[in-house]
Ligand binder design. Structure first.
Ligand SMILES: Cc1cc2nc3c(=O)[nH]c(=O)nc-3n(C[C@H](O)[C@H](O)[C@H](O)COP(=O)(O)O)c2cc1C
Length: 222
């Protein structure tokens, strides 16, 4: 099986998106499958690099997108590359190829990542690709581009999901996936409602320190 990955972080090889997809690539290699790595930020900055990516994509069976959430959505350079693929390959340009998405973010709640997973599935649909599901990971900021193993117990849940996904991918276990999200995990070992309380308390404290009187004040009075 030929696999191509597209890491969507603006930090390229140094981002957590790369850490996640590299871990999955190592697991796939154990099953005898190699993954060619690409980064949307490089293609965005040097548009000629997209040609090599498109050539590799044409030859591949599976595309893995690994991307963070920046201000509620996919990073703009990644959206640009996805639009380039669509415009240059046409709506049936990747017919029959498979698509797996790994979307991760700083906040733990799954709803942070759903719209971006939806965007990836929508891209796959437009390209006539087969959806192999989305993985959703929260609390990924502390990973900060380090190998997942280096984070110890903090990334245990994420690694377990990626281990299972590698095995399923090589055994064809992701065929016929209907669900948008296959699995959701957070590195933060407390429930999201407690994180919300803690973060609200932190923000109030910072606001008091910074002299902000009305936290509900809105720009332009709307
Ligand atoms: C500009 C910016 C905006 C972000 N916006 C969000 C957000 O809306 N929701 C969220 O949960 N995390 C947000 N984050 C946190 C990132 O998703 C998180 O740190 C992620 O691990 C970064 O991955 P990367 O190293 O692959 O870029 C944001 C980070 C940055 C730098």
């Amino acid at each position: 099986m030929k696999i191509v990955s597209l890491a969507g972080s603006n930090r390229g090889e140094k981002g957590t998106s790369a850490s996640l997809v590299n871990y999955l690539a190592q697991r796939l290699l154990k099953h005898g499958v190699s993954v060619a790595s690409h980064y949307s930020i490089h293609m965005y900055r040097q548009p000629h690099r997209i040609d090599a990516f498109l050539n590799e994509l044409k030859e591949s069976e599976l595309l893995i997108i690994s991307a963070p959430i920046y201000v509620d959505l996919l990073p703009s350079p990644l959206i640009h590359v996805l639009e380039e693929i669509r415009d240059r390959m046409g709506p049936k340009g990747l017919e029959g190829r498979k698509l797996l998405a790994i979307i991760h973010s700083g906040y733990p709640e799954p709803q942070q990542r759903r719209p971006s997973l939806g965007m990836c599935r929508c891209f796959g649909r437009e390209m006539s690709m087969e959806w192999w599901g989305g993985l959703s990971f929260g609390g990924t900021s502390p990973i900060s581009g380090q190998p997942l193993e280096a984070m110890g117990g903090m990334t245990k849940g994420i690694r377990s999901v990626l281990d299972q996904t590698a095995e399923k991918a090589v055994k064809g276990g992701l065929t016929g996936v209907e669900a948008l999200v296959l699995q959701d995990r957070s590195t933060i070992p407390v429930p999201p409602w407690m994180v919300r309380l803690m973060m609200n308390a932190m923000i109030r404290k910072d606001a008091r320190k910074g002299g902000v009187k009305d936290l509900r004040a809105r720009p332009f009075g709307v």
